[in-house]
Design a protein around this ligand. Structure first.
Ligand SMILES: NC(=O)c1ccc[n+]([C@@H]2O[C@H](COP(=O)([O-])OP(=O)(O)OC[C@H]3O[C@@H](n4cnc5c(N)ncnc54)[C@H](OP(=O)(O)O)[C@@H]3O)[C@@H](O)[C@H]2O)c1
Length: 426
């Protein structure tokens, strides 16, 4: 039986998970691929720490990533370092040398994916990145392969486990800071949680998914982004009472010759399949013309789940090497569909307004909504305290620009104290 040699760059959480699975299930993988997948070297800045994978791999460790990239016997390079520098230069060097590359790096693929894909195509190499979206969930492969005969029109993703965990804990009554502190102590949130809680991580993943689903270039910077830091436990409670869950959604839609792409918190009706995705779990929900609605669900992060996606891509890259068809699965952006500006996003809205408990206030607010053609679905008065009343409004779908103008007018109404929350509704 043949042997395909693999070099791993980055022996952290994901790299260690991938190595463990490639070793744990080596015999099965050999039979499934038709070749032995041999880890020939593992590069990390730290070659001392025991990664507790159950195997002594000390003889494979090196501090020099380039020594693996330049090794002519290594056919596949796994990049699990993260970030753009130096990961990008390593990936470029490996592809440039005609080696297939497997990566978990969403930031790199979202920012530099187009150029890296072109390089992979030119060199006849694979560039595979299943682990970059949804960790252990197969979401990229179904889009590329199983749904290849479909026109996918809509993506709704819960692709960040940290924020989903925080929102799930807040549903139990914790406030945002208590939930974040707990998530950090459990290792579900970074000490600097900005990338997760401000929606950057979801934005990178949505750029990758949108490109795959719509076959057009979608830059991360073109995606409207809003995080979860202004969501309160009150909003979660009120949303639940009205039959909704609050989730951080990564949503993209192809409609009217444009792509609408946005990351923001949203009220999701209880009956929608994505509303049941709790805790650190992730899901990608797709609407397409053939298969209809499909949803891919599972662990979005973690050493073994993300390692599983990496190891699966390594197996695919190895099969392609054996069949002599490397580079055939590259993502093609053959469409040129513009991404619509954020002002044109159309959504229903949940708005919580604190008003003086006086006659005429509701009429003044309704009048402002009406002036911008924002029609109202329901109004619920919640608490009244110290002469102030808390009123929750649900609007029908309205264009973002009209909604912003209406809210800025409402803020100026003397009887309005504040507008603590405005959350979109799907
Ligand atoms: N963690 C997850 O659950 C998960 C899930 C899906 C995707 N991802 C993605 O997977 C990638 C890796 O994430 P991770 O959580 O595994 O990160 P991690 O635990 O920090 O591992 C990265 C490793 O790369 C090492 N490294 C840094 N510079 C290097 C260099 N020049 N040469 C060789 N090794 C180098 C780091 O060493 P030092 O620590 O000494 O700097 C570290 O051990 C990221 O792109 C991330 O977005 C992560």
């Amino acid at each position: 039986m043949k042997t395909v040699n693999v070099g791993i760059l980055g022996f952290g959480t994901v790299g260690a998970g991938a190595v463990k699975l490639l070793l744990d299930n080596a015999e099965d993988i050999k039979q499934r691929v038709g070749a032995e997948l041999r880890i020939k070297g593992i590069a990390d800045l730290d070659t001392v720490t025991d990664r507790k994978i159950g195997y002594d791999v000390s003889g494979l460790l090196t501090g020099d990533a380039l020594s693996l990239i330049n090794d002519p016997d290594i056919h596949i390079i796994v990049e699990t370092i993260g970030g753009v520098k130096p990961a990008e230069s390593f990936v470029r060097a490996a592809l440039g040398a005609g080696k297939s590359v497997v990566t978990a790096n969403k930031m790199l693929i979202a920012k530099e994916g187009a150029g890296l894909m072109a390089l992979a195509r030119e060199k006849g190499a694979d560039l595979l990145f299943e682990a970059s979206v949804g960790g252990g969930i197969p979401s990229i492969d179904p889009i590329k392969n199983n749904l290849a005969a479909n026109r996918i029109n809509k993506i709704i993703g819960i692709v960040n486990g940290t924020t989903n965990y925080l929102l799930s804990e807040m549903k139990k009554g914790k406030n945002y800071s208590a939930a974040l502190k707990e998530a950090q102590s459990l290792g579900y949130a970074e000490q600097d949680p900005t990338s997760d809680v401000e929606g950057f991580d979801s934005m990178y993943k949505l750029a990758i998914l949108s490109r795959l689903c719509f076959n057009t270039e979608v830059c991360a910077d073109d995606i409207y982004r809003e995080g979860i830091t202004s969501i309160t436990d009150y909003d979660i409670k009120y949303a639940n009472e009205m039959g909704y869950q609050i989730r951080l959604l990564a949503m993209a839609e192809r409609t009217g010759g444009q792509i609408y792409a946005a990351v923001h918190p949203a009220l999701v009706p209880d009956e929608h399949p994505i509303a049941g995705v709790d805790g650190v779990m992730n899901a990608v929900f797709l609407s397409s013309d053939g298969a209809g609605d499909t949803m891919y669900y599972g662990a979005g992060a973690g050493s073994l789940p993300a390692g599983s996606a990496i190891a699966g891509d390594v197996a695919e890259a190895a099969r392609n090497i054996l069949r002599g068809c490397r580079g055939a699965g590259a993502v093609a952006c053959y469409n040129d569909i513009p991404v619509a500006p954020a002002e044109s996003l159309v959504r229903r809205n949940y708005i919580r307004i604190i008003v003086r408990d006086e006659a005429g206030c509701i009429a003044a607010i309704s009048g402002a909504f009406a002036r911008y053609a924002v029609s109202l679905e329901s109004i619920i008065q919640k608490n009244t305290k110290d002469g102030l009343a808390e009123v929750v409004w649900l609007t029908h779908a309205a264009e973002e620009e009209r909604m912003r103008k209406a809210l800025s007018e409402i803020e100026k109404i003397p009887l309005v104290d504040s507008i603590p929350s405005r959350i979109r509704v799907i």
